[in-house]
Design a protein around this ligand. Structure first.
Ligand SMILES: Nc1nc2c(c(=O)[nH]1)N[C@H]1C(S)=C(S)[C@@H](COP(=O)(O)O)O[C@H]1N2
Ligand SMILES: [Mo]
Length: 201
């Protein structure tokens, strides 16, 4: 006789050793959708991606220009603060390093901004060094609108709320300016391996 139902153990997978940060479980093939509002539908003809703020001149790519940038195909584990992780997710897109190549700026931070008004803040150091991308493809297919299509930020080494869906740009800032969830008490940086879930963790 077991006190743990098969359904429960099946959903709360332990995952391969060393892959799950503390307090996380593996969702396996599932891919939960977490959106703080309705899914925006921006036509590709009007979509662009901008780098603004402490940068002169600003940089801006139309969808076609964005699609012609050098591309990368990261396979990464992602970790949501609500405790699910998804291992070995396959994405394609443009490294933030590519978008910021050659930029000289006094900025130390950036605010990612999205259609629908979502924002999230990151130190520039977390967006560079081959650890962040703007992705438009998941598992070989155009990214679903529910998961942030046409394009989302992907910063897998931080909790997934930093990976802004429907992202339209980065505003470079000198000071740290809290974004949407950060203003509501979530941790400023959100390192899952340090369990930085809430302000003060
Ligand atoms: N624009 C926008 N981006 C967002 C969110 C959101 O509500 N709006 N939610 C964040 C949170 S809390 C998580 S866990 C992930 C969820 O991504 P998913 O829906 O593709 O799983 O998106 C993040 N990016
Ligand atoms: Mo989340």
């Amino acid at each position: 006789m077991s006190f743990v139902s098969p359904g429960f153990t099946g959903r709360r997978r332990a995952g391969p050793p060393g892959r799950l940060p503390p307090g996380q479980h593996d969702v396996g093939d599932g891919f939960p959708v977490l959106s703080a509002g309705p899914t925006p539908r921006t036509p590709l003809e009007t979509w662009d991606f901008a780098v603004t703020g402490l940068i002169r001149p600003e940089r801006r790519w139309t969808w076609e220009e964005f699609r012609r940038l050098p591309r990368e195909a990261p396979t990464v584990d992602i970790h949501c603060v609500t405790s699910w992780s998804k291992l070995g997710t396959r994405w394609e897109g443009v490294a933030v390093d590519t978008l910021l190549a050659g930029v000289e700026t006094d900025a130390a931070f950036a605010v990612a901004f999205s259609d629908g008004g979502y924002t999230t803040n990151l130190p520039l150091a977390d967006l560079t060094g081959g650890r962040a991308w703007v992705v438009d493809t998941f598992d070989g297919r155009p990214l679903d609108p529910e998961h942030g299509g046409p394009a989302r930020l992907l910063v897998p080494h931080l909790y997934f709320w930093k990976s802004a869906k429907w992202v339209r740009g980065l505003r470079l800032t000198a000071r740290n300016e809290p974004g949407f969830w950060e203003t509501f008490g979530y941790h400023d940086r959100g390192d899952p391996w340090l369990e930085q879930r809430y302000a003060g963790d």
